[in-house]
Design a protein. Structure first.
Length: 95
């Protein structure tokens, strides 16, 4: 689990995440709750976790600002978030 001490919010990332029908609160739940994290490109991490309402979210976080200066101390900028699609095979689908 990645150590996330805080998230940095601004108008851009709030609006972008809302376009994916995800709230700031849901992102905070996932990032500060039980989650898995994998490294991505440019030092970013992908955080995967479940909200209190049972939605599985993937959140992309950057440890750097636009000038590539690190925030430090476990602070991250949420770049985007989306709900993980659950793929069902034919035998599990309901008729």
């Amino acid at each position: 689990m990645a150590r996330i001490n805080g998230l940095i919010w601004d108008e851009w990332n709030r609006n972008h995440i809302a376009e994916h029908k995800i709230s700031v609160e849901e992102v905070e739940e996932v990032c500060h709750g039980k989650h898995e994290a994998v490294e991505s490109y440019r030092k970013r991490i992908l955080v995967i976790g479940i909200t209190k309402k049972g939605r599985t979210l993937i959140v992309s976080l950057s440890p750097e600002d636009r000038n590539l200066q690190g925030y430090g101390k476990g602070l991250y900028y949420p770049i985007t978030a989306f709900e993980e699609e659950v793929k069902m095979n034919e035998k599990n689908k309901t008729k």
